[in-house]
Design a protein around this ligand. Structure first.
Ligand code: 5CA
Length: 441
């Protein structure tokens, strides 16, 4: 993409409404634009990141055996009356009436909708287990939407729902998601700690929140100091996972060290000595719930068991805040100059800067490189604008592409192009003809 043609509305000044760094940087880097409180449009650069995050989430769901569906954003109120949540959910639910005065709602989550789908088509234990997921916009009329996409009113969530015959099967489904979540976050380079959590309006008694430790996090969290010292990312990605095998040892190994959210942590029952306990803030990027028959029973979602008797489905639900993750990734990856994208979620792999677009040699070399890199399948953002070098460097650092290639007259005369790594700031001269091969995928 040529920057001269790209829709990238960068802001020079820090927007005053943004209190945390990810919100500031998303606005400054032209990734999002607020529509109303807690509701955003995603602009081209932001959308590219959102899609990459979404794709990693999707790949790990698919790997675990979950199947993708797409449920609507607007749901009928009747379904929620069946489960008893229509009144319980309170003001966070956006209630709508259609032209026939039928009560509808913009889904804050989909337990009822998916239970209805499965109930309509699954009648026998032989059709179990099933695990269905979708990646869809949700609406929660939060009391205090803030921090940009971190606590929005409209936000993108991956949510899935497992259906099993019995509690043992349901725990296996829970464990599968537990593994899939750790892998998902690890692939984005995020150390998400699974913490015992309260279940709130979703219900049930087994739940984990996946928390990234960060000053700007909204959750109060407590964990064993051991969590800070272990390199869980490489541990997780190095493990071969057989999703059909026994996952309980994996689950145990990642839950043996204490970690709990503020809602359930009690100093008097905490097993960790005070000097070993870390108290901090966390960003909740996902949550898993096992709630058994909370929805299947009132909604009559039963299957015929092996002995012919009807049994209500054992269920769990699992959410990942896809749009929140974009903010969380920035909280974990930035410096004073701007964002530093991890390669796997970067909107473009490379930034190519032409320092002298008016100079024929520079333009020829930069245009040529741009064409070859694209031909080799590399995603490149090419700054071909007629701007000062300083403005170009600042823009490239702000939007945080992992690597920058800088084409200038002096380097070209010596047959090289400067390569700058955004994260380390390290610079190196590369011979012009080696560049494409260095970055080809
Ligand atoms: N039905 C369950 C699991 S599918 C559920 O709704 N869980 S949840 O309430 O914990 O939401 C799942 C994830 O969505 C959270 O972990 C969080 O990362 C994200 N999320 C929740 N509320 C918001 C919000 N207001 N803005 C952005 N992300 C949110």
């Amino acid at each position: 993409m040529r920057l001269s043609q790209y829709f990238l509305p960068l802001l020079r000044e820090n927007p005053s409404e943004a209190q945390i760094v990810s919100h500031r940087l998303m606005l400054r880097a032209g990734m999002i634009r607020q529509s109303s409180a807690g509701i955003y449009s995603w602009l081209p650069l932001g959308l590219r990141v959102l899609k990459k995050v979404e794709q990693i989430v999707r790949e790990e769901q698919d790997r675990s055996g979950a199947q993708e569906i797409l449920m609507p954003t607007i749901q009928p109120a009747e379904l929620w009356r069946e489960s008893g949540r229509y009144d319980d959910y309170g003001k966070e639910m956006l209630r709508i009436k259609d032209r026939h005065e039928r009560e509808m709602l913009y889904g804050p989550t989909n337990e009822e909708q998916v239970t209805e789908i499965v109930h309509a088509s699954i009648k026998s234990y032989r059709d179990l287990p099933k695990n269905l997921y979708h990646i869809q916009w949700k609406f929660r009329d939060e009391v205090r939407p803030r921090f940009g996409v971190m606590r929005g009113r409209e936000f993108l969530m991956k949510d899935n729902y497992s259906f099993d015959l019995d509690a043992a099967g349901a725990k296996h489904s829970y464990n599968k998601m537990f593994v899939a979540y750790l892998r998902t976050f690890a692939r984005m380079g995020l150390k998400a700690i699974p913490m015992r959590a309260d279940t709130g309006p979703i219900g049930g008694d087994l739940s984990h929140e996946f928390q990234i430790l960060a000053e700007s996090g909204e959750s109060e969290v407590f964990c064993d100091r051991g969590w800070l010292e272990t390199d869980i990312l490489s541990d997780i990605l190095a493990k071969e996972i057989d999703y059909d095998g026994d996952l309980e040892p994996f689950f145990q190994s990642f839950t043996s060290l204490y970690a709990a959210t503020g809602e359930i942590h009690k100093p008097e029952t905490c097993p960790v000595a005070a000097e070993q306990l870390v108290t901090g803030r966390g960003i909740e990027v996902g949550q898993t719930f096992y709630f058994g028959t909370k929805y299947s029973e009132p909604m009559g979602a039963v299957v015929t068991g092996p002995d012919g008797a009807e049994v209500p489905l054992e269920m769990g639900s699992y959410g990942i805040g896809v749009s929140r993750l974009v903010g969380a990734l920035i909280e974990a990856n930035h410096d004073a100059a701007g964002i530093i994208w991890p390669e796997r979620v970067a909107p473009f792999r490379l930034g190519l800067i032409n320092l002298r677009p008016a100079d024929d040699k520079c333009r020829g070399a930069a245009d040529g490189l741009y064409g070859k890199l694209r031909g080799a399948g590399v995603e490149v953002l090419y700054d071909d604008r007629d701007e000062s070098p300083g403005a170009k460097f600042a823009a490239m650092d702000l939007i945080g592409l992992p690597d920058q290639l800088i084409v200038g007259p002096r380097g070209l005369a010596a047959g090289h192009i400067e390569w700058k790594q955004r994260r380390s700031g390290a610079r190196q001269d590369l011979p012009v003809d080696s560049v494409v091969q260095r970055f080809a995928t």
